[in-house]
Design a protein around this ligand. Structure first.
Ligand SMILES: C[S@@+](CC[C@H](N)C(=O)[O-])C[C@H]1O[C@@H](n2cnc3c(N)ncnc32)[C@H](O)[C@@H]1O
Length: 233
């Protein structure tokens, strides 16, 4: 008897999410292993830079210092991003802070499984932007993602109808960038701010803003990993 060919997109007839496809799952495992080793090595430099800048970490020099660090969302946060994109079904997702593309892979995997939508993600550091683009190609998701290298305040200008916005760049920039992008947010846009428990002082103005209903948001804190703020506008 000829054995039945197994479709790699299914396991025993069940449809498997793109996140669990071998090509993507193996890449994520490899990148999270690399991230653990790299960030452990770079960690002390980061702590010293934060201390030297009184906790402020918002310029090109900081990005250059952290050129090797992944600083990626934790795997459980990545899966939450996947779920949010699957349920919100956005036409346009925008990410501030690509780094090496771990969050972008999760977002793009959900777009693939939704069958529509695209991701625009932006990264200040050119080497990181290039590496992220290469990772997205390895994952087979590059057709859904545009990696824009440069400062988010420039690279994201001109976008419109953003359905989901992930803020994961330097923390002091969340609020000014959100305010700049507000005219481009589609009604019901889901705004996700990452690292809220890791940088409570830097993110206090941002959190106060999205938690004030007069600004048009309904917002809730999620104590997952380094903390997230989910806000709908
Ligand atoms: C925390 S990491 C992003 C991690 C990524 N979202 C992930 O989960 O894999 C933050 C990144 O934001 C980038 N960044 C900081 N300020 C930026 C700016 N003004 N424009 C674009 N990228 C910026 C940094 O270079 C850094 O790589």
């Amino acid at each position: 008897m000829v054995p039945a060919r197994i479709d790699p997109s299914t396991l025993g007839g069940a449809i498997v999410s793109t996140l669990n496809q071998p090509r993507v799952a193996q890449l994520l495992t490899r990148l999270y292993d690399e991230a653990a080793a790299t960030d452990e090595r770079v960690g002390p430099r980061v702590a010293a830079a934060v201390a030297a800048g009184n906790g402020v970490f918002d310029d090109q020099a900081a990005a250059a210092l952290l050129d090797e660090a992944f600083m990626a969302v934790a795997p459980e946060v990545g899966r939450l991003l996947y779920l949010l994109v699957r349920t919100r079904r956005p036409a346009l997702v925008v990410e501030f802070g690509t780094s090496l593309g771990l969050s972008a892979i999760h977002l793009a995997a959900a777009l693939r499984d939704n069958g529509h939508g695209r991701l625009v993600t932006t990264e200040l550091n050119p080497q990181k932007a290039e590496r992220a683009a290469a990772h997205l190609r390895t994952a087979g998701l590059d057709d859904l993602v545009e990696v824009r290298q440069g400062d988010a305040f420039t690279t994201l200008a001109g976008l419109g109808d953003i359905d989901l916005l992930l803020l994961d760049g330097w923390k002091a920039l969340y609020l000014p960038l959100l305010q700049k992008l507000e005219p481009a947010l589609a009604p019901g846009c889901l705004v996700i701010g990452d690292d809220t428990r890791q940088f409570p002082a830097l993110l206090a103005p941002y959190l106060a803003y999205v938690r004030d209903p007069s600004h048009g948001y309904t917002s809730s804190a999620l104590p997952l990993d380094d903390g997230l703020e989910l806000s709908i506008r």
